[in-house]
Write a protein that binds this ligand. Structure first.
Ligand SMILES: NC(=O)c1ccc[n+]([C@@H]2O[C@H](COP(=O)([O-])OP(=O)(O)OC[C@H]3O[C@@H](n4cnc5c(N)ncnc54)[C@H](OP(=O)(O)O)[C@@H]3O)[C@@H](O)[C@H]2O)c1
Length: 289
């Protein structure tokens, strides 16, 4: 019996990983859902998953959270700037708990990527390597939901405004990234593996075309200078600091930071990744519901 823990289990990705483990036939009692707020995981507890409190910042919660765990998925935290000490605390607790496999949700080419979000992942990967626990790095590309989540706005304006030079990004659905993580956690032979994970690359103009095809409503991609992009985001009510960050992320996309030609994702899935068109269709169905 292998006991598998998933951190961030009340988050979007963590929840999907637990669903995928259950679908793969892992017994609920062998799964530990590590969460900040156990009351938000009552549905998982009701299904027999063991819910444990574990807050990356409250290190006293971590030994109990990881006790008896054989395999751990550390879902990278969401508090940018605080993540390295937080992740380090989890790695140290995993070491003490005798975890045999530590999988970590990193970012594409974490060791060389100039992506603004990469340094936290670079540092975390180094901490994990130094700890000596057998690891698997799941270097995730961008979630397709980063784009399809804005479908309502795209349809309302008929435009996708960007400053990425219409560079291609290798987006995949959270659900596919989660299935890949679950395949690693429930599978064998992934120790020491570094997976570059992404779906088929697409440009924003291709996203616009997919939306037009699926919805029958014309949407076009409009390229603007990055400063205009940032000002537009601010004018639309986005927090100024976040708007600046979105501008930086557009520049990262333009540089190709969100692109990979690796087929690691479909290898782990054992099937093709969800296509852009399928993801747009799903988002449109949800929007119309
Ligand atoms: N590849 C991409 O496009 C992309 C996009 C966005 C984010 N990410 C990264 O991927 C991660 C997972 O994505 P997601 O969509 O699942 O994000 P999410 O829904 O925001 O989930 C993040 C999870 O991390 C947990 N968390 C944050 N700080 C924590 C702490 N101090 N202690 C314990 N747990 C903590 C959150 O706990 P609560 O449930 O209690 O809030 C949440 O469950 C993100 O955290 C981020 O690092 C990747």
């Amino acid at each position: 019996m292998t006991r598998i823990a998933v951190t961030g289990a009340t988050g979007h990705l963590g929840r999907l990983v637990i669903e995928s483990l259950l679908t793969k036939g892992v017994a609920p009692g062998d799964i530990r859902a590590v969460v900040r707020s156990p009351e938000r995981a009552a549905d998982l507890a009701a299904r027999g998953v063991e819910v444990r409190e574990g807050d990356y910042s409250r290190t006293e919660t971590l030994p109990g959270a990881l006790e008896g765990v054989d395999r751990l998925l550390l879902v990278s935290g969401s508090e940018v700037g605080r993540r390295v000490p937080q992740h380090t605390a989890v790695v140290e607790a995993a070491e003490l708990a005798g975890v045999q496999l530590l999988a970590y949700t990193s970012v594409l080419r974490a060791d060389t990527n100039e992506l603004v979000l990469a340094p936290d992942h670079t540092a975390t990967e180094a901490v994990i390597r130094a700890a000596g626990i057998p690891f698997t790095f799941l270097r995730n590309g961008p979630y397709l939901e980063n784009y399809t989540g804005q479908l309502g706005q795209y349809l309302a304006t008929g435009r996708i405004v960007g400053a990425s030079g219409d560079a291609a990004v290798s987006g995949a659905t959270r659900s596919d990234f989660a299935d890949a993580a679950a395949a690693v956690l429930a599978g064998e032979g992934n120790e020491g593996a570094v997976y570059e994970l992404g779906g088929p690359a697409f440009k924003m103009s291709e996203l616009a075309a997919a939306i037009t095809e699926v919805t029958g409503k014309r949407v076009e991609y409009v390229e603007v200078p990055v400063q205009q992009f940032v000002e537009g985001a601010k004018a639309a009510g986005i927090d100024p600091g976040f708007a600046e960050m979105l501008g930086v992320l557009e520049q990262c996309s333009a540089r190709g930071d969100w692109r990979t030609d690796s087929v690691d994702l479909e290898r782990l899935l054992g099937r093709p990744a969800t296509t852009l068109t399928e993801a747009v269709r799903e988002a449109y169905t949800a929007l119309e519901a």
